[in-house]
Design a protein around this ligand. Sequence first.
Ligand SMILES: [Cu+2]
Length: 116
Amino acid sequence: MKRVLFVTLTALALLAACAPAPEKAAAPEPAPTAEVETAAAPELETVKFKVEGMVCTNCEDAIKGEVGKIEAVKNVTASHVKLETEVTFDPGGASRDQIKTAIEKLGFKAVISVEG
Ligand SMILES: [Cu+2]
């Protein structure tokens, strides 16, 4: 009788050890933070200006420096060869006129040539 009990207990112990782990709770859905960030990111606007008066790289740097001071401006490129400046900015924080004024403050003449 004792032997039967021992065998039974051993079998039960083995069963318990081999039993599959209880299923893990389903992973929680990832929080939709990405969506929120996308919604909050400003939609940037890129505008190209024809700039008269640029004759060298110092002119380019002056424009990049002055336009770059505007907080909403994310990127400025300038070429004295093409006589062009391209500005990418958050239209919620700056206007085309504000950028044009910044360029003209330096003594150049700026005209919007391509609206992005
Ligand atoms: Cu120059």
